[in-house]
Design a protein around this ligand. Structure first.
Ligand code: F6P
Length: 408
């Protein structure tokens, strides 16, 4: 069952769209968001099945609808991916994303019926785009790095990919109300310039829509940093609302110089705790404090050291060691609670088109970092986010490229 829903969640998201319309980008982003929120989510990408089973050297002729052999091989791959998807949903999956062109009415009806027969909810997401600049950028950014074109001259690869698109265009039928009788769908036109929503029903589909409304493809870096050292950090005490130590103040200065040199004028968010606001104070740009970015609330342990907690409340200490994600400090929070309150932060960070800097705290930054680098929160809960270090996440085709800058 999904973490925030009272009902059991079993949703299949079926992508629809011509090649190079950002389907895989959207599928991966949605998967990352929902997994981060705690839904068991997986993407089934037909291209991956084709490359794994048939190799990656298919030129455009393979995708020509008049090529009987190609048609047979492609429907086998579509079938294999769908079969695995349905099996996965029967064995504990909560959200599956079927990432394929699903370009004809007939195909979509068949996929939807097979899901409905198994009691699965279906939402189509169609990405339509006729802007040649966006399509060109998409081809150059994502397709040229695909194994399909490894070692090939870039212009030749682009020409081949354009021919592949033309094959799909010759049979493509956009989703219409008639086509999707009773079906739920979200149609994204020109990367969100127009969004059409049809018969969307339920908590998770609504959450999905809200997320999609805020997605864009503008590439901008994200900088994550903890506040400068606080006087409580000096004593190894958790939580609290202490001011910066002299070393922390030096970091705030160094961060201001770093931002000045970047010459990016990022949008800056801090928590409402003074150590983050003091860290942002010397910056040449204003910072917005946000309560959702406050550090994990350690409840009755606030202000203690880890050894004091271990000595005075050994059961609490051990319970947290055992399950750091779900453990909730008495009268405080768990990491899962932190993730839930960070959901609007993620939406806002996605919505922003400018470079971003978040000055926050260790637990909060672990949660945000997990989202941006697409890791399960469990996998980063023990990772150190060092003080006085900026984590730079620069956009790559599908993932961020990370660089760390230690400033003092
Ligand atoms: O120690 C600094 C700190 O930000 C504390 O305020 C917070 O409780 C802790 O890190 C979070 O890290 P962990 O979840 O590993 O205890």
């Amino acid at each position: 069952m999904g973490p925030n829903s009272p009902h059991s969640t079993r949703l299949v998201i079926v992508m629809v769209g011509l090649p190079a319309r950002g389907k895989t980008y959207i599928a991966r982003k949605v998967a990352r968001f929902l997994s981060w929120l705690g839904y068991r989510t997986r993407v089934f990408n037909i291209g991956d099945y084709r490359r794994a089973r048939l190799g990656s050297k298919h030129r455009h002729e393979f995708f020509d609808p008049r090529n009987a052999e190609g048609n047979r091989a492609r429907s086998e791959m579509a079938e294999a991916a769908l079969g695995d998807l349905l099996t996965w949903m029967e064995t504990g999956g909560e959200v599956a994303i079927y990432d394929a062109t699903n370009s004809t009415h007939k195909r979509r009806v068949s996929v939807r019926n097979r899901c409905l027969d198994r009691g699965l909810q279906v939402v189509f997401i169609e990405s339509l785009c006729e802007d040649p600049a966006i399509i060109e950028a998409n081809i150059r950014e994502t397709k040229l790095t695909s194994p399909d074109y490894a070692g090939m001259d870039p212009d030749e690869a682009v020409a081949d990919f354009r021919a592949r698109i033309a094959h799909y265009e010759s049979v493509y039928q956009p989703l219409t109300d008639a086509d999707a009788e009773g079906a739920s769908y979200i149609k994204l036109i020109d990367v969100g310039r127009v969004v059409v929503v049809h018969r969307l029903d339920g908590y998770l589909p609504a959450k999905l829509l809200f997320y999609l409304l805020n997605l864009h493809v503008v590439r901008r870096p994200i900088y994550l940093t903890r506040h400068g050292e606080s006087t409580l950090n000096q004593d190894g005490r958790i939580g609290g609302d202490a001011p910066l130590s002299p070393a922390g103040t030096r970091y705030a200065q160094a961060l201001a110089e770093f931002v000045e040199l970047l010459d990016l004028k990022p949008e800056v968010f801090t928590s409402t705790l003074q150590r983050t606001m003091q860290t942002a104070a010397p910056l040449c740009v204003p910072a917005t404090p946000w309560r959702a970015l406050d550090e994990i609330d350690a409840g009755i342990c606030d202000g203690m050291t880890y050894s004091e907690i271990a000595a005075q409340m050994p059961h609490e200490f051990e319970a947290r060691q055992r399950d750091k994600l779900r453990y909730r400090y008495p009268r405080g929070e768990s990491y899962q609670d932190v993730i839930a309150r960070l959901e609007p932060v993620i939406i806002e960070l996605e919505r922003q088109r400018r470079p971003l800097m978040v000055i926050a705290h260790q637990a909060v930054l672990r949660a945000l970092y997990a989202y941006f680098i697409d890791k399960a929160p469990e996998d980063v809960l023990r990772m150190e986010i060092p003080l006085h270090t900026v984590i730079q996440l620069a956009p790559g085709p599908y993932a961020f490229v990370e660089t760390r800058h230690t400033l003092v």
